[in-house]
Design a protein. Structure first.
Length: 714
């Protein structure tokens, strides 16, 4: 233990003893059911960082795991987070499980996905509700007007054949909601009077279902008034090709055999909402009593003379999240394509091939949460998105931009201006997903953009993808909704507590009402200065006072940043001789770290929030403070790198207190506190007295004392 002499005695105990005493068990390596090793994990950030350093492997921080995010401690002492566009896991019976939208029959005869972030159940046939969706104790249920046949299950899709003559109904399980697709297979089927207006019974426990100004729906919690479920404007489209300018070269450009026909619009595949020659929104109505959902199809699309069947009618529901995605279609310039209309991917660039009917130019947008990076130093950041299809294996440029925010009403028209596209972040040239160049993740460096978001404490960022050339059909690609942001970051140092700040003369840091009066200025200390990532730290001290020059209370002492030391070190500096007498002074400090890139973050100043600066008054008329010394724990010098630590936890040390004043009758003292009335020894004529103290914690300790007689000293 090392000690600084004066009105406060600062002592440092060997840190290794505390680490040994508080050692935590190492995370256990777990095996999956097939015997393979699971990713190492630990509950807290500190535990994960320690295990990553020990093992040389990345270790997940379990306390930071979420439905759409995870954080890993890396062997180099940093933290790496992933923010996913869509949920990747959910809690099942209190345990995290990977999202699995595959449908299976339930014991009660319904159909449900294996694991999603909402409670979801489709009808097993009969008169049971078509769908039930539950979140946070609130349930939304829709019932088909009539009995349903038993569904055919295929992955995440349940198909109810012939719910009306010539009409199939497909229900799709999503990670956080569901899609509903009516497939009208012929003109004869479209002529059914039951399709003129679809009325589904609606039940919304504890919610008010309302129409939105954009033509969608939202279910509002009756109590909290927040949106529990939402549905974008429902769309319908036919199978016509629209205008095309293809040259026939597509005949040699066959899609790889991976079910891509539907994705590209090739013959034999069903077109998506943005890949049809006829597209229109449905009219949506919820009667005042909230008992029905009424969908009115567009008659021109449903029964027009040039309509090509099948016709698709596609409402969809989701639980709202901070993340979102959409596509903008130049051909359908005023029509939103929110969340890819329920499809897992969408096109980008110019599709001038025969399989793109209509020929079209498209842009994609992805909104991802970034609030967890606020105030942090970004070491690296990549936006990652899956490229599932390309027009060929010849690389073409893709631009990534930071854009304005998106919503369910974003269209080509609303984004097609320079103000919407804010910053061009990166251009990468690649081609994945064609025969001979398999689908693959595309990565874009977005470090500077994420640092900007962290500095400004943004809640989300929106990224836009567009082809470098929007006239080159070889730049046509499709990207999935499997996107994420990967960020390695460094946390700022901890804010210094008032209990970590002491004065050689004046004791512990004091609020304005309890300002110390000191005869001598001496040294001030910041003890046990730590960084959450274990980076080296430095301290910046400052002091404010009003000198009466008309400038008011401003920082008048601003020494330079101290030298860097390892985390857990203590720092000291002498107060300046320019401090005026009989004026209230307050000093304070903040910490700066240095990460692996050499960049540093500052902590908040020690007075930020509820704490205050450390207040004192320099008063040379006060009696001189008593001296203190110890053989077991000699004075500390935090600025001396060779200053030794002493083994002292649980071991008494003798401290001698002495005064040059002959009228002193008692000494009060405190260990890591101001002198207490319960801690005192009597003396005569200021004679020296020995006090035995027992350090109870590792690291720097302070021994403060005060002499009392006819007058008192700090």
């Amino acid at each position: 233990m090392a000690i600084a002499l004066g009105a406060v005695l600062v002592a440092g105990l060997t840190p290794g003893l505390a680490e040994e005493a508080s050692a935590q068990p190492r995370p256990q390596r777990l095996l999956t059911e097939d015997g393979s090793q699971k990713q190492p994990s630990a509950f807290s950030e500190d535990e994960a960082l320690a295990e990553a350093k020990r093992s040389g492997e990345s270790v997940e921080v379990l306390s930071l795991r979420g439905e759409s995010s995870d954080v890993y401690a890396t062997p180099d002492g940093q933290l790496e987070a992933r923010e996913y566009l869509r949920p990747v896991r959910t809690r099942v019976k209190g345990e995290w499980q990977p999202v699995d939208t595959g449908l299976a029959a339930t014991p009660d005869g319904a159909v449900a996905p294996k694991a999603t972030t909402v409670g979801l159940e489709f009808s097993g046939g009969g008169d049971a509700p078509l769908v039930r969706m539950e979140k946070a104790g609130r349930e939304l249920a829709l019932t088909w007007p009539g009995e349903l046949p038993e569904p055919r299950l295929d992955g995440d899709t349940a198909t109810y054949p012939e719910v009306l003559p010539g009409v199939d109904l497909r229900m799709g399980a999503q990670e956080d909601g569901f899609t509903q697709l009516l497939v009208v297979k012929s003109a004869q089927a479209a002529a059914s009077p039951e399709l003129a207006e679809l009325r589904l019974s609606l039940a919304a426990d504890g919610m008010d279902v309302r129409e939105t100004t954009q033509g969608g729906l939202e279910a509002i919690d009756d109590g909290a008034k927040g949106v529990v479920f939402e549905a974008p404007t429902p769309l319908m489209w036919d199978s016509s090709t629209g205008e095309t300018s293809g040259t026939g070269e597509a005949a040699a450009q066959k899609a790889p055999a991976q079910g891509t026909a539907a994705k590209t619009g090739e013959a034999g595949g069903e077109p998506g909402a943005g890949e049809s020659g006829k597209l229109a929104p449905l009219d949506v109505e919820v009667p005042e009593d909230g008992s029905e959902l009424v969908l009115t199809p567009d008659q021109e699309v449903l029964r027009g003379a040039d309509t090509v069947y099948p016709v698709f009618i596609d409402p969809q529901w989701y639980s709202p999240r901070a993340s979102a995605w959409t596509m903008a279609s130049k051909y359908w310039a005023s029509s939103p394509q929110w969340k890819f209309n329920g499809e897992p991917d969408s096109g980008m660039g110019y599709c001038g091939w025969d399989y793109c009917k209509p020929n079209d130019t498209k842009r994609l947008f992805y909104r991802i949460p970034v609030s967890k990076f606020a105030g942090k130093s970004i070491l690296s950041a990549e936006f990652v998105v899956r490229n599932v299809w390309s027009a060929s294996c010849t690389a073409r440029g893709v631009q990534l931009w930071r854009t304005k925010g998106i919503s369910s009403s974003t269209t080509w028209n609303s984004q097609n201006n320079s103000d919407f596209w804010i910053d061009h972040l990166k251009t990468e040239s690649f081609a994945y997903g064609y025969s001979g160049c398999a689908a693959k993740d595309a990565e874009f460096n977005v470090k500077s953009a994420v640092q900007q978001a962290a500095n400004a404490k943004w809640s989300t960022m929106t990224f836009g993808l567009r082809a470098s050339s929007e006239t080159d059909r070889y730049g046509w690609k499709r990207f999935s909704d499997k996107a994420f942001l990967r960020v390695k970051y460094n946390r700022p140092p901890y804010q210094l507590k008032m209990s970590q700040l002491t004065m050689e003369y004046g004791g512990t840091c004091k609020r304005p009402a309890d300002a110390a009066r000191v005869r001598s200025l001496g040294t001030i200390y910041a003890s046990d200065v730590t960084d959450p990532d274990g980076d080296n730290v430095a301290v910046q001290f400052q002091a404010k006072w009003d000198s009466g020059d008309g400038k008011g209370l401003i920082a008048r002492w601003k020494p330079s940043l101290s030298t860097y030391k390892k985390s857990g070190s203590s720092f000291s500096i002498k107060l300046p001789t320019t401090i005026p007498e009989n004026t209230q002074i307050h000093w304070y400090a903040r910490v700066r770290d240095t990460d692996s890139t050499g960049y540093g973050n500052y902590s908040p100043w020690s007075y930020a929030g509820d704490p205050t600066g450390c207040y004192f008054v320099y008063d040379t008329q006060k009696p001189k403070a008593p001296a203190v010394s110890s053989g077991e724990y000699p004075a500390s010098d935090p600025e001396n790198p060779d200053d030794p630590w002493h083994d002292g936890v649980g071991k008494y040390g003798t401290f001698t207190v002495d005064s040059s004043s002959t009228d002193v009758t008692r000494y009060r003292y405190g260990l890591n506190s101001d002198p207490l009335p319960s801690n005192q020894v009597t003396t005569s004529g200021g004679d020296a007295r020995a006090i035995d103290l027992l350090p109870a914690k590792p690291g720097p300790s302070t021994c403060s004392r005060r002499s009392q007689g006819r007058t008192s000293s700090p």
